[in-house]
Ligand binder design. Structure first.
Ligand code: DDQ
Ligand code: CA
Length: 272
């Protein structure tokens, strides 16, 4: 009986050592944050278009026929515009009420959706004449960026959260905290839905972050410092990079910024 007790205790200790060894190993192999290896992309300018240097761009969307929709900010100067790509001129112009600061804008079906800074009020416009059709209230903490996959809306509010929003009820149907190697990516601003990903300008940086809507993880960083530098080098009085638009028909990517006299068509490639 003494031998049996000894044998049982020895096997028990052996078993415990084995189990803890295995679990330690497992722990070591699964760190708290999955180590991601997002790709860094650089850009190449393939086309330059003239752009209104007085437009404080807060929302940008491409639709079809070389036509863009733009939302501009600043109190007293906020607007929604239907703009010709080649001339940069507004073909249709809607001046917003002076108490609103225009922000993200996107076209879903026949309706243009826009959010506004420091207010939870958004607007829906007719895509042809830009007349106001409706007002809505959203559930984000603020209105910054807006995009769509053709079914639902995606929104940002300057935090690290990306929201999925029902375009009929404006209820938040999903949300993700955007993280890069465990750290939150704050200041998510103008958005664009591109091939299943959401791309976001990070406010006050020359970076666009590519976000997975599977889990909010960062799929890549697009670095664009060359654009703002080029314009500053030309002595232009400009603000930050802001505005991404995707032409899904011709796979063209457009970017511009606040008070930028140009809109660029760019290609992105993994940087070496
Ligand atoms: N947001 O784009 C980050 C959401 C808002 C930016 C608001 C910047 C106001 C600047 C006012 C400058 C006056 C020339
Ligand atoms: Ca956009």
């Amino acid at each position: 009986p003494r031998n049996t007790a000894l044998l049982v205790s020895i096997s028990l200790i052996f078993f415990l050592v084995l189990v803890s060894g295995i679990s330690l190993n497992v722990l070591r192999r699964s760190p708290k944050y999955e180590v991601q290896s997002p790709i860094v992309y650089s850009i190449e300018v393939v086309n330059e278009f003239p752009h209104d240097p007085t437009a404080f761009i807060q929302g940008l969307a491409y639709v079809e026929n070389d036509t863009l929709f733009e939302s501009t900010g600043l109190y007293g100067q906020s607007s929604v515009r239907k703009v010709s790509l080649s001339t940069g001129k507004a073909e249709v112009f809607h001046k917003m009420d002076d108490s609103y600061f225009g922000e993200g804008l996107t076209l879903l079906g026949e309706r243009l959706f826009q959010v506004t800074w420091l207010k939870k009020t958004g607007f829906i416009y007719d895509r042809d004449n830009l007349s106001k059709v409706k007002e809505f209230t959203h559930q984000m903490t603020d209105g910054w960026g807006l995009a769509t996959d053709g079914k639902v809306l995606y929104g940002s509010d300057g935090t690290s959260t990306l929201y999925q929003i029902d375009p009929e009820t404006f209820i938040v149907t999903n949300k993700w905290v955007v993280r890069y190697q465990g750290d939150e990516v704050h200041n998510l601003n103008e958005l664009e839905f591109i091939n299943g990903e959401v791309w976001a300008n990070v406010w006050m940086t020359d970076c666009i972050v590519r976000i997975s809507i599977r889990d909010g993880s960062v799929l890549g960083w697009v670095l664009l410092p060359s654009l703002r530098r080029k314009l500053l080098g030309e002595g232009k009085q400009i603000d930050v990079l802001n505005g991404i638009a995707w032409d899904s028909g011709k796979n063209r990517l457009f970017v511009t910024g606040k008070l930028w006299p140009k809109l660029f068509e760019i290609k992105v490639q993994p940087s070496k």
